[in-house]
Design a protein around this ligand. Sequence first.
Ligand code: NAD
Length: 358
Amino acid sequence: MAQARIGIVGLGTFGINHLRCFRQLGYQGVAKLVAGCDVNEQLLEQRRREFEFTPYTDYKEMLEKEELDAITVVTPDPFHKDIVLAGAEAGVHVMSEKPLDVTVEGCLEMIEACRKAGVLLMVDFHKRYDEYHVAMKQKIAAGDLGKIQYGYCHMEDRIEVPRDWFPNWAPHSSPAWFLGIHFVDLTRFLMGGAKGTAVWASGMKGKLSSLGVDTYDAVTFMVNFDNGATVVYNTAWHLPDAFEAVVNQGIRLVGTEGLMECDSQDRGTVTCCTGDTPGMQTHNMSFLRERYDKQGRQIFQGYGMESIADFAYNVNVLLEGGTIEDLGDYPSGEDGLEATKIIAAVHESIESGQIVQL
Ligand SMILES: NC(=O)c1ccc[n+]([C@@H]2O[C@H](COP(=O)([O-])OP(=O)(O)OC[C@H]3O[C@@H](n4cnc5c(N)ncnc54)[C@H](O)[C@@H]3O)[C@@H](O)[C@H]2O)c1
């Protein structure tokens, strides 16, 4: 069986999930975590000690020196593009964290480079891998909702995310880029790949800018899709520190034959109150569950792992002689482009106050 040789670029807050995923796929002989790259040398060394890989501070050197089959890109949003392009040039398959890029032109460039190089381009839109969303998708595909007419999504983070996790690049992002894009992709997935046709948006600032992080607190936007549905999205990342979880999220779709709701936050999750955390905390066990295998090794399960693992399984299909067409449904570069078109239009609409046609 093929065993994809993987390098990861960007080993920060979310990069650790890529490290966890490929390390544990190594236990099963599915992938091999070969190399890791981060410009932060101290972090790189800390991660190397925990996960055991060949460390690099320069991704070009990593691509040159290592015989990799694939890389994943987990750098801040504006820095995915150059790394994806370098990966394509080196002939390795690429998974990018969302958003694929923060410009439509950048996404097009990345798609074209990967197409020319004949390498896979995947985007880590993991909401598609959530078992509850997969169940929704199956029911919708079976016609349970009839023709979808409208919907509502919300995704909100506790304020620690932009304030404490990445205050340096939060001003270059927004709740729409960081959170909204997940539900834009999910609604497109649930609606059979529907594309956005028009966008109206409104952005609110005040709380985070008062703390020195110049970014929107909240962005609300409405998207018309080419299947006739209109979906409203509430996104924010300034929920109080005392809120019960890091993320609050859910989706509701209504069609001619019924309605479907999934509250991803409150679905029988573990609640606890410990140490000096404020109040009761809830945990999204569908996203990440920590376990120990029979050998006592730490492993993680959940859709947060499955979407990354799917990349390795896809790469293995290609290494075994399959083609990209054989891979079936996965969040592709084109899906990354469609989601970026919508979120770029969201920001254009906020600035102009106008509806943006796509
Ligand atoms: N799928 C999800 O749910 C999810 C969740 C969180 C973050 N993300 C995405 O993951 C990406 C990273 O987010 P994060 O929260 O881990 O950010 P982070 O700031 O914690 O980590 C980014 C890391 O990239 C490194 N880096 C920057 N430029 C680099 C370069 N040229 N070469 C090598 N390393 C470089 C930084 O030193 C840092 O360690 C973002 O695109 C973000 O949107 C996705």
